[in-house]
Ligand binder design. Structure first.
Ligand code: G4P
Length: 527
């Protein structure tokens, strides 16, 4: 296949939602359509068996949340789809935000009963910042949900996006009868647990077709006609350009668990969702069709399979062709690296690949060369921009419970914090190790993983800090004085950079005012 065609047939996206809205269920239905799994329930049952497709940590099973990002690649109608899974839990939001830098579009799942929830809001903010094209799937129509007009208004207002309904539901809950496809003017009657290949679409001439009365009853047909007239009258056909610019979001209604409305969603997705897009770097904008390879690491995960001690860097190809055993330039380390076992994530299995194109996510075995945001090129010097860095809000001191395992603990702390879920600091002039996270749950995950993956037992002691600011100064003497004077509040990050740990906003503002020669940085991007 030609280089251009390889790129054009790829779609790289993420499904995002507040926990429990139905992201896992929708993922599973997509995988069924793509033939990547054979039976419904496979994703869920894998979850329990631990060798999961979309969620792979045992703690995920215990907690019922999806902890780590994984990638699922499948084909549907000759389109190669890379679905990047994201943790829904707010304590792992940083992980999700970074994953959103590696996709070209998203599908947002909203629960029709709960409407817009906290995480939906936050995730959409990130999408809006990057003008990511968004398709909305309103799920759980088989339950008595909110009035659909109210719900659409709520989503538009709360998420600050303009919606464009592509389908329209007929009732909800036990009276749910199906969806009318506004654009191809067809009716899909609701049947629980629709099979992936079932074609139960009723073609009608237009909204006035008497078949509607026959199938839905006079009352529901009349309501549908009124609704559709209103919605279609306001919107007209979808302007795909506006969708691609992130200005308008097409909306689908359905029930993921019943595989209802999912095919319409997927069919539209592969038609309108953008192929791999260009990306900004510190030097210039890189186009997906450039012949030379470039890409960046957006996630690192150690020990994907607890039986093997491997660490994997997730690398998004942004341009050119990634080839096995070819030397690439690691910009930060100024080093040539080649990969003999890069793998892709087809369905449930990892398989070694020979090459990959823009839009693909390649798993690279790593022996400590990679950090989040690292860039590979064929020699050019730049970094991809816009990858959010992590700003911790909760700080705890690491207490080693098993001195015999000190080495393992140190290695574990370094590796786990390289993955980007937490930051590691060392007390200035001392040895005390401090971990900074955005959520409490991350401490539990770190504690669990240190024990299970490194054999190191730790406890955490809460510290009274609320923010970490990187400090620099043009006057080394002033920086030195400040550091000595504020020793109890100063730490070094993993790269030896100085960090001021503030107890409260008031303390921080006071220090900023009293020390005009010191610069306090609230870095929000890795590059
Ligand atoms: P998440 O990944 O976004 O967290 O959500 P997930 O798919 O795990 O779905 C959350 C719950 O919502 C699950 O129920 C799932 O079965 C249910 N669900 C998903 N889609 C629909 C739908 O269209 N209609 C209805 N009524 N429910 C839906 P659970 O009780 O938490 O799990 P399970 O016992 O069903 O596995």
């Amino acid at each position: 296949m030609k280089f251009h065609d390889e790129i054009m047939r790829r779609r790289t996206f993420a499904i995002i939602s507040h926990p429990d809205a139905g992201k896992t269920t929708l993922t599973e239905k997509f995988l069924l359509f793509g033939g990547a799994i054979q039976v419904a329930g496979a994703v869920k049952s894998n979850k329990i068996k631990k060798s999961a497709t979309s969620d792979f940590m045992e703690i995920e099973r215990q907690r019922g949340i999806s902890v780590a990002t994984s990638v699922m690649t499948f084909e549907y109608q000759n389109i190669l789809i890379n679905l990047l899974d994201t943790p829904g839990h707010k304590d792992f939001a940083e992980d999700t935000y970074r994953t959103l830098t590696a996709v070209d579009s998203v599908i947002l799942v909203v629960d029709s009963v709960n409407g817009v929830e906290e995480q939906t809001r936050r995730l959409m903010e990130v999408c809006r910042m990057r003008d990511t094209p968004v398709i909305v799937f309103i799920n759980k129509l088989d339950r008595d949900g909110k009035n659909r007009f109210d719900l659409l208004e709520e989503i538009e207002k709360e998420l600050k996006i303009q919606l464009h309904p592509m389908t329209w539901p007929i009732n909800s809950g036990k009276d749910f009868k199906g969806v009318y496809n506004i654009h191809d003017k067809s009716l899909r009657l609701f049947a629980p647990n629709t099979k992936a290949d079932e074609e139960d679409v009723i073609a009608i001439t237009d909204i006035n077709d008497p078949i509607l009365d026959e199938k839905l009853g006079d009352r529901d047909a009349a309501i549908l006609r009124e609704d559709v007239e209103l919605v279609d009258g306001v919107n007209g056909p979808l302007n795909v350009d506006d969708y691609l610019k992130g200005k308008v979001s097409p909306v689908f209604f359905g029930s993921a668990i019943n595989n209802f409305g999912v095919k319409e969603l997927l069919d539209t997705f592969i038609t309108i969702a953008p192929p791999p897009q260009g990306r900004d770097t510190t030097a210039r904008r890189v186009d997906a069709e450039e012949s030379k390879l470039s890409g960046f690491v957006f996630k690192i995960h150690a020990n994907l399979d607890p039986k093997h001690r491997d660490r994997i860097a997730f690398f998004r190809v942004c341009s050119g062709k990634f080839e096995r055993n070819k030397y690439f330039h690691h910009v930060r380390l100024n080093k040539k690296l080649r990969f003999s076992n890069p793998y892709s994530f087809m369905a449930r299995d990892k398989s070694v690949i020979e090459d990959a194109y823009a839009g693909d996510v390649v798993g690279l075995f790593d022996t400590g060369n990679f950090k989040i945001g690292d860039t590979l090129t064929e020699g050019e010097e730049f970094y991809f921009t816009g990858i959010p860095s992590f700003s911790p809000e909760i700080f705890k001191e690491v207490v080693n419970k098993d001195p015999l395992k000190t080495k393992q603990l140190e290695r574990g702390l370094l590796q786990l914090t390289d993955e980007g879920v937490a930051q590691l600091f060392t007390q200035f002039g001392g040895t005390k190790k401090i971990i900074g996270c955005v959520g409490e749950l991350q401490f539990e995950v770190i504690q669990y993983r240190l024990l299970h993956e490194y054999g190191a037992s730790v406890e955490f002691r809460a510290l009274p800090f609320y923010k970490a600011c990187w400090i620099t100064s043009k006057d080394p003497k002033k920086l030195d004085d400040f550091t000595k004077f504020k020793q109890a509040n100063v730490a070094e990050d993993k790269d030896g950079a100085l960090v001021y740990l503030a107890q409260s906003e008031w303390f921080l503002n006071t220090e900023i005012t009293n020390n005009p020669d010191i610069e306090f940085h609230f870095s929000s991007e890795i590059h």
